[in-house]
Structure formats: structure tokens, C-alpha cells
Design a protein. Structure first.
Length: 221
């Protein structure tokens, strides 16, 4: 049997794509910008017009800036387009298994929420919400640990080692690039790319559920 194919829309540098690959998919990435470090087949194209035929599963991560905490603080979310509903309509029309991923506050149906605390190899919180048309169990969301900080106003300042503790991986993050890479489980991206990525562990978890769903549907048919 041929390997199942996954389309990774708005792929950036490939955090989601790597997880889908590890889950067992053949992965094709699409982004409107060049992505020289994307680790799989890549097409520079518009995700809203790229053909969807021939894929068993579609992952979409539309730009999140419109819904980010930074945009809320600055009051400039309107500077970025809301692509979620156009993407949703395309994926529904495609008639295959899909997931749309975005930040807290995005207008998604929140079928699943993932956090780094749910994965033993991660050291980053990074909440992401997912809308999907496949069944996926919600992992237990445990208590958040303290995150390494350089803010002397924090009670835990000076008590954590950034080499072993949870760290903040954002534009205003306060850890080294090496520790951001280790915390995310990503070893091929620049710091700017890490800031926008999701950990491959997230998409591997979802990808395995997608493969199980697809295989079950085929068996039932």
C-alpha cells in the first residue's frame, strides 16, 4: 500500500511537518514565503489556491498574528488578515481529514488543546488549539511549572537552570537558541523560526490519530 500523504499548509520551517513525518505520513509543505530549511518536499505557493487533490490529510496553520497576545496589547490585530474561515471552507470542500491549528483567541472550534506539559520531552508551554474533523482524545492538562526567567521581580528568579527547566520561546524569550531548540524538540531552525513553530510532538500526536482514523474508515468501507 502507498504511504499516506499529508499536505502542510502555511508550513513555515516545518515544525508541524516533521511531526506528521514521524507519525508516518509522506509530507508536502506549502508556504507563500521561501522556506530553505523546510525538511521535506516544498512548494512556494498561496495556501488558498494550492491544489488539495491527492492528499489523505491536510494540516493548516494560518498566520496567527491577528489573534496573538502581542496584537491584543498593541491593538493592531486588524493589520493582519483573518484566513481561518477561508481555509476552513477549502478544507471542508476537500472532503478529507483535516486539522486547523492556531493560538488561543483564534476563532476556531476548539476540539483539542495541546500544551508542552503533556509531552515528557518538551520544556515549553506553548498552548495551541486545533479544529478537526477526526476524533482525537484530549490529553490531561496538568499544572504548569515555573518557567525560567531573567525578571528579578519574579519570586523564582535565580532558582531555575535554563538547561533543564521550562523556557519561554517567543520574540521576547529569555533563553539561548540552543535551549529554545531543545525545549521545542527542533534542531534545524533559526530563533525567529522557532518563535513561530509548534513542537513536532504536537503534530506527531495528531498525525497518529489521523492515520488511525483514515485506516479505520478505509477498513469500514
Amino acid at each position: 500500500m502507498r504511504k499516506l500523504r499529508a499536505l502542510d499548509l502555511f508550513c513555515c520551517a516545518g515544525g508541524a511537518g516533521m511531526g506528521l513525518h514521524r507519525a508516518g505520513f509522506e509530507v508536502v509543505g506549502v508556504d507563500i514565503r521561501p522556506q530553505p530549511r523546510y525538511p521535506f518536499e516544498f512548494h512556494q505557493a498561496d495556501a488558498l489556491t494550492f491544489p488539495l487533490d491527492g492528499f489523505d490529510f491536510i494540516w493548516a496553520s494560518p498566520p496567527c498574528q491577528r489573534f496573538s497576545d502581542l496584537a491584543k496589547r498593541n491593538g493592531n490585530g486588524h493589520d493582519w488578515p483573518d484566513l481561518i474561515d477561508p481555509v476552513r471552507q477549502r478544507l471542508i470542500s476537500a472532503g478529507v481529514a483535516y486539522v486547523i491549528e492556531n493560538v488561543e483567541g483564534a476563532p476556531l472550534r476548539k476540539d483539542l488543546c495541546l500544551c508542552g506539559t503533556m509531552f515528557p520531552d518538551l520544556r515549553v508551554l506553548r498552548h495551541r488549539h486545533f479544529e478537526t474533523n477526526i476524533p482525537i482524545r484530549q490529553p490531561f492538562h496538568g499544572k504548569h511549572p515555573h518557567v525560567f526567567t531573567m525578571d528579578k521581580r519574579k519570586n523564582h528568579y535565580g532558582k531555575l537552570d535554563q538547561n533543564t527547566s521550562f523556557v519561554q520561546v517567543t520574540g521576547g524569550g529569555n533563553c539561548s537558541v540552543a535551549n529554545a531548540s531543545a525545549a521545542m524538540g527542533i534542531d534545524w531552525m533559526t530563533k525567529d523560526e522557532l518563535n513561530e513553530a509548534i513542537p513536532p510532538a504536537y503534530s506527531e500526536f495528531i498525525g497518529r490519530a489521523a492515520i488511525s482514523h483514515i485506516e479505520n474508515m478505509r477498513a469500514a468501507a
